[in-house]
Write a protein that binds this ligand. Structure first.
Ligand SMILES: CC(C)(COP(=O)(O)OP(=O)(O)OC[C@H]1O[C@@H](n2cnc3c(N)ncnc32)[C@H](O)[C@@H]1OP(=O)(O)O)[C@@H](O)C(=O)NCCC(=O)NCCS
Length: 184
């Protein structure tokens, strides 16, 4: 998918700054990725090396496309709370190529509406700057917290869109995924 923003962007909302990543984000990102609650619907918690490799992939996506999964700063509260943003999935499925919206916050920052607030700003960027016709999101069918964020930002779910993650083995708890769509 040849989608790219030519300017590097940061977004801000009432409570959040969505910015490019800093080297100092890596330790709190690794702490969140090692937390079994944060990683409940992923294959497994990540080691420090795996977490740093994930941060490297996020940085590479920003370099290639000018947008990505922004680091979330909550001024006055947290220098780094997690990520919220847009990404082009690296696997093939019935809905690719596409731009997805995603989020991952450390547990102290759950239950405050931060994910929804940042996701609305990311959707706005997808509409206004990238001029996308649609953004999708997907999550393990049981990930109700994430599904509630999708509903709150106005995404709609059709059961016929659900799919099996092509990179996970049969029987894996995160194999079956729900896809939601948001026409912009
Ligand atoms: C998915 C995830 C980001 C959702 O976080 P969240 O805090 O539940 O979602 P929001 O930031 O939108 O917060 C909404 C909650 O904050 C509450 N809230 C409190 N103060 C609020 C405020 N000022 N404004 C809005 N909501 C507020 C809402 O009532 C809601 O609570 P509820 O769901 O119990 O009703 C988080 O659980 C997470 O990072 N999970 C691990 C990673 C993951 O699974 N990512 C998705 C993979 S696809």
């Amino acid at each position: 998918m040849n989608i790219r923003s030519t300017r590097l962007h940061e977004l801000s909302t009432d409570r959040l700054r969505l910015r490019r990543w800093l080297p100092s984000d890596r330790a709190p990102f690794a702490a969140a990725n090692a937390d079994p609650r944060v990683m409940e619907y992923f294959p497994a918690p990540l080691s420090r090396e795996e977490s740093d490799a994930a941060a490297d992939r996020i940085e590479a996506h920003f370099e290639a496309r000018g947008f990505g999964l922004w680091a979330v700063e909550i001024p006055g509260i947290a220098a780094f709370a997690g990520f919220i943003g847009l990404a082009v999935p690296a696997f093939e499925a019935h809905f690719t190529p596409c731009v997805e919206i995603g989020w991952r916050l450390a547990t102290p920052y759950w239950g405050h509406g931060y994910a929804t607030e940042g996701a609305r700003a990311a959707l706005g960027f997808g509409h206004d700057v990238l001029q996308l016709a649609e953004i999708v999101s997907f999550t393990a069918i049981g990930n109700l917290r994430s599904r509630r964020v999708m509903e709150r930002i106005g995404m709609t779910h059709r059961q016929a869109d659900d799919f099996d993650h092509p990179l996970l083995p049969e029987g894996h708890p995160a194999k079956n995924l729900s896809l939601v769509r948001c026409p912009l």
